[in-house]
Ligand binder design. Sequence first.
Ligand code: ZN
Ligand code: ZN
Length: 338
Amino acid sequence: MKAVYLKAPNDICIKQIDKPVYQEGYALVKVKSMGICGSDIGAFRGVNKMVSYPRVIGHELAGVVEEIGENPNNIKPGDRVVIDPYLWCGHCYSCQMGRTNACESMRCLGVHTDGGMTEYMRHPAHQLVPLSDSIPWELAPLSEPLTISMHGVHRSKLAAGEHMAIFGAGAIGLLAALGAIAYGAVPILIDPVKERLDYARKLGVKHTVCIPGEDAVEKIYEMTNGRMAEVVMEASGANAAIRSCFDVVSYVGRIVLTGWPKMPTELPTDLITKKELDVLGGRNSKGEFQEALSLMESGRVDVRGVLSKVITIDEVPAAVRELSDFPGRYLKIVALTD
Ligand SMILES: [Zn+2]
Ligand SMILES: [Zn+2]
């Protein structure tokens, strides 16, 4: 079968590998669609220290079950499913606390272990999520980045009526903004790329700030009538954006850090004390797949706006190279196996 294969950094191709065989406790899934994620691009470039090579990439996946045994969701062969791609150990402190998304031995598909940009994959049966017939294959993989965004939203305890300033108008930031709107909150998207913000406005995000031309503190002061943002989500991983979270957050506000910076950030911890802030991490997702799929199915979050292009699995290596050279060209590309 075909697999999108990273031999080493900057060396990607379609490789023929053996089709996996069914094993008890697992499901054999015929993969139908796969999203290309920023982390796949990081793996391609060799900038993600957690990735080892060679590696089959891909963790935003949907497909049809071929073989499965007993499982908690009562999924049967022939059912449509989405893959929950974060493999956790079940023994560490995080897992014992029920926070398996931050497992100390976390293995994410396509990062720590082979991913699912293949025609067939074997995956733990309890980590499949039923997918309704009303969600087309090309949209189903978008549920995964939506879970990341919603996890950030939940970590921050965002409430209706509150402002959520979001740094980064890529797929995660934009989906968080759409999720915030679905829950009655007011997102403020901040990004250096004007076209991305113009596009977000078309999707219904009313408040945007284009930095550095516009002053985020000044604009958010006006947008919030002087309170500043009760919640700030960092979804860019840029050090300057992480630092700015502390300036645009309100007193007694919450900051959730979802982006992965390459370098440490110097922080004004006096502001954490002075404003009595809650500073939170947001990693992967836990229990948000059902929610993401129902937000998509009901149309409360229209993920079509985040899908830029649909391609075939054979075109993935070229698309990964293109995204690596021109990261701002597309929001999300999804590939279909047939
Ligand atoms: Zn992803
Ligand atoms: Zn664990």
